[in-house]
Design a protein around this ligand. Sequence first.
Ligand code: IPM
Ligand code: MN
Length: 354
Amino acid sequence: MPIHADIVVLPGDGIGTEIVAATLPVLETVARRHGHTFAFHEHDIGGIAIDRHGVPLPAATLQAAQKADAVLLGAVGGPKWSDPNAKVRPEQGLLAIRKGLGLFANLRPVRPHPAALGASPIKSELLEGVDIVVVRELTGGIYFGDKTRSDSDATDLCRYTVAEVERVVRSAAQLARQRRGHLTSVDKANVLETSRLWRDVTNRVMREEFPDVTLEHQLVDSMAMHLLSKPRAYDVIVTENMFGDILTDEASMLAGSLGLLASASLGTGKVGIYEPIHGSAPDIAGKGIANPYATILSAAMLLRHSLGLEAEAAAVEAAVSAALDAKVFTADLAAPGKAVTTTQAAQTVIERLA
Ligand code: IPM
Ligand code: MN
């Protein structure tokens, strides 16, 4: 059944504009092949929004996102707006839109592709068959607690409510149930009170509602090690906001490049934000060499989670997989002298789709 979808497009800063520009034709190709109509509505977020509107999340951007079926986002931030004493920062725009849309569950799949195993610093035999989804809590914790700053000290408050832990653990457990039935909850319960609450709530939710899903707890420091030493042992990992931020950059090394990891930020409604987990990469911005695959794979998650187009999502994922099989690599993955541009990589995906 052909559908119509309104997609808010937020390229943001740095390579964000390039990877989003490369991804839209992929979505257009999907629409054309299946008779869907996708309307793209572009808005500002991050540093570009500070420059144009004085704020990192203009009201028009948030309102458009609230009305949309889905949001495709590139990246925010850059040296131009990185003065440590600046009152407004691009990153605040990203945090505010996640919070404003109530997107508390951030899904970050980690599935190393056979053709990219050589790019990982981890031994290939440890990587074969690795298939993990990290569910990162996205609208609570130390990211959103009160902050203070004086000449002599600074504080960041980390707070979690029972309800915040319950809902993200439920999302993760439902996902684990559809997969291999194994959930690893990561905390620092030997030190942090918020982690002890996290662990208690997780134990109760899992006992009462998901007795069929195996639950394991890991402390975040040893998890950081196990993720590299035995990544095949994990199925779904659920954790709080900051631990999830750190562990997923680490996990990207299993896949060989930060440029391969997609994400979906979901709440209770249909709208979600779909963005690569990498940042705006100011060092390579404007050169047309950034890896677009993470954004294209995020667009696939958009098709699946917000638009309910599972076959189309799978087709995009298969096309990226085919491009990787053919070793069509941007500079982050390519052997010296073999790199393609952002546009060429995206074009290859489009050809494989057609
Ligand atoms: C991410 C990013 C953001 C985060 C930054 C840009 C605020 O690192 O999406 O992982 O820390 O959540
Ligand atoms: Mn991050």
